[in-house]
Design a protein around this ligand. Structure first.
Ligand code: KDG
Ligand code: MG
Length: 419
């Protein structure tokens, strides 16, 4: 069967046009590192996929270059599902962030190609619009509660309807999510990991004060979010979730590490604060229990780190059966290519919740021209065929790779902790 299909590639006109004749990996650092896969067909149509895995970029570049691209040449770009299965099932060594990011890059590039051939924006290929614009949340942060409250105000003035708030904590030198640069929080800032010191007690004493002040200052309508970034144990997370109930959060994210999915039962038992998790997940299997037991409200797993549109579509459909909605990861370490694909997905997916939108810097936007736009708290994907994001390769070549790793966290006694 496979052999017959391959012979069609060589003889059928349109299938022949879709034959993959070249693929290459582009590594660039316009403000931060990005890895992009470009796939070209015989007819000259090309597609782009994001392959960026923060702090581990070259592992994915090598996986693509050495193990994926040789298998892509000669394949029909229209066989998206079969190509996905080939790289997932066929690799024998399945799952994991490196593999699933590489598969995602191929998958998104193929969806881009097929949409371009059809002459349609990608969301049409998925089934068309479910909404006009995509609700997004921005990142407000400050060195203390006062400054963070002001920063949230700045986002509201800019039209945001949802804002994530992260504040400095007295006694913690470098709290997660707080930067000197305000909009541009880039945690991967040094060649070897920066060592930060963590204290959960101090954190748990500060966060409820922050949200009390936010509600008192900005009123009941603005949606407020917070990221615990895996630092709490389940019972500590349950306490924070309960303490935050009066301030009605849109969600509390990554309250505790989800390696043991069952640990979310404990948080759920004690609190009605909505929970979001999953930016580090690579597969539906990482959240099967969380979803089917309704232990979470939002799934954050996004296209670039979980096998692309083909796999995340499956995950979203499964989540819909359990009234779990999507809330895709959208930090700046996910390139505009991922953002473009995510916005088309968000425009289609019936069980959409929210999309994270941490704005890229000007250098990044110049390297990746795109057609999505922000208006009154929502992002709108464009009508260009494909996912609407391109790469300026000449400009990209001017920004060579710059090795950077994410920080680590230790407790005050030196023990390693979750960053
Ligand atoms: O690479 C790690 C970042 O993407 C992560 O720290 C950002 O937690 C994050 C978020 O919610 O955006
Ligand atoms: Mg997060």
């Amino acid at each position: 069967m496979a052999i017959e299909d391959n012979s069609q590639v060589r003889t059928e006109g349109s299938v022949r046009d879709r034959e993959i004749v070249a693929a290459r990996v582009i590594v660039t650092c316009p403000g931060r590192n990005f890895v992009t896969l470009k796939i070209e067909t015989r007819s000259g149509v090309y597609g782009l996929g994001d392959a960026t895995l923060n702090g581990r970029e070259l592992a994915v570049a090598s996986y693509l270059q050495d193990h994926v691209i040789p298998n892509l040449i000669g394949r029909d770009a229209g066989r998206i599902e079969d190509t996905w299965q080939f790289f997932y099932r066929g690799a024998y060594w399945r799952r994991g962030p490196v593999t699933m990011t590489a598969i995602a890059a191929v998958d998104v590039a193929l969806w881009d190609i097929l949409s371009k051939i059809a002459g349609l924006p990608l969301y049409q290929m998925l089934g068309g619009r479910s909404r006009d614009g995509v609700l997004v949340y921005g990142h407000a942060n400050g060195k203390d509660v006062e400054e963070t409250v002001q920063e949230v105000g700045r986002y509201i003035e800019k039209g945001y309807k949802a804002v994530r708030a992260q504040s400095g904590v007295p006694g913690i030198k470098k709290a997660y999510g707080v930067s000197n640069l305000k909009n541009a929080y880039e945690p991967a800032e040094s060649e070897l990991p920066l060592e930060t010191v963590w204290n959960t007690t101090k954190y748990l004493n500060t966060v409820p004060q922050l949200f009390e002040k936010l509600r008192a200052t900005h009123g009941p309508d603005i949606e407020l979010l917070h990221d615990g970034h895996h630092r709490m144990t389940p019972i500590e997370a349950a306490r924070l979730a309960r303490d935050l109930e009066p301030y009605r959060l849109f969600w509390l994210e990554d309250a505790t590490p989800a390696d043991n999915q069952q640990s979310f039962e404990l948080i759920r038992r004690h609190s009605i604060t909505p929970l979001a998790v999953g930016e580090v997940f690579n597969s539906i299997w990482d959240c099967k229990q969380l979803i089917e037991k309704q232990l979470i409200d939002y799934i954050r797993t996004t296209i670039v780190h979980a096998g692309g549109i083909t796999h995340v579509r499956r995950l979203a459909d499964f989540a819909a059966l359990h009234q779990v909605r999507t809330g895709f990861h959208g930090a700046t370490d996910l390139s505009p290519v991922c953002m473009g694909a995510a916005l088309h997905f968000d425009t289609w997916v019936p069980n959409f919740g929210i999309q994270e939108y941490m704005q890229h810097c000007q250098e990044t936007n110049d390297v990746f021209p795109h057609d999505y736009t922000f208006r009154e708290g929502r992002l709108y994907c464009g009508q260009t065929p494909g996912h609407g994001v391109d790469i300026d390769e000449k400009l990209a070549a001017k920004y060579p790779y710059s090795p950077k790793q994410l920080p680590i966290a230790r407790l005050e006694d030196g023990s390693m902790w979750d960053w």
